[in-house]
Design a protein around this ligand. Structure first.
Ligand SMILES: N[C@@H](CCC(=O)N[C@@H](CS)C(=O)NCC(=O)O)C(=O)O
Length: 207
């Protein structure tokens, strides 16, 4: 199984899931500074030019964070990364969709790639500011709807936590956006997990 990621991209959450599972995988880092995601060799594997992507042992490729996370969790049930009951699985999928379908693209991609949203270069600072406002708003939505204790879901640690981690990591360490109280405690709890520390080290980031 080959795991395509870029250091400090959203793929860091899938990296955490792989480290939690603890089985061997082949890491395949892409250098986004050199636009490696658009190189023909990668486009031939993943025409979407995105990470995360997982080339499975049967030669098929999985893309889209929630799908990769769910597939890894369901194929490794002993790791206990997804709730056993339907309601828990449904809430887990709901959380992954919110993070990956709304918070990531609307709030954080606006800040990291404003040129994708602005028609003119002079509009880019306004797009970045809008992304920051949305990040605060969306993180407060998660804060207000917090139903678990330490972890996102009341049933305990799951793939939902790895998704929230990449958002928190960007907010706290990349964009200097304060985390609301539950998210701040959650981020600290994530940083204490051995799998998270290993992931940060593997991606060359401070632990
Ligand atoms: N919908 C995809 C989005 C993935 C995504 O946007 N990944 C970013 C990194 S955080 C990426 O690969 N960007 C490269 C680019 O847009 O050129 C998912 O949830 O997996």
């Amino acid at each position: 199984m080959r795991f395509f990621y870029a250091p400090n991209a959203c793929s860091i959450g899938i990296h955490v899931v792989l480290e939690e599972i603890g089985k061997p995988y082949e890491p395949a880092p892409l250098d986004f500074r050199n636009n490696a995601q658009y190189e023909p060799a990668y486009v031939a594997i993943n025409p979407k030019s995105k990470v995360p992507a997982l080339l499975r042992d049967d030669g098929t490729l999985l893309t889209e964070y929630p799908v990769i996370a769910m597939w890894l969790a369901r194929t490794n049930p002993e790791a206990g990364l997804v709730p056993a009951d339907l309601e828990g699985q449904t809430r887990c999928a709901e959380f992954l969709d919110y993070v990956c379908g709304t918070v990531h693209p609307q709030a954080f991609t606006r800040q990291s790639r404003p040129n994708r949203f602005a028609l003119r270069a002079e509009d880019e600072p306004a797009i970045v500011a809008q992304g920051r406002e949305l990040a605060v708003k969306y993180m407060n939505v998660i804060e207000a709807g917090w139903r678990g204790e330490t972890w996102v879901l009341p049933s305990g640690y799951s793939i939902a936590d790895s998704a929230l981690f990449f958002i928190e990591h960007w907010a706290a360490r990349r964009f200097n956006i304060p985390l609301p109280p539950h998210l701040d405690a959650h981020f600290k709890a994530m940083l204490a997990r051995p799998a998270v520390r290993r992931t940060l080290e593997l991606e060359g980031l401070p632990t």
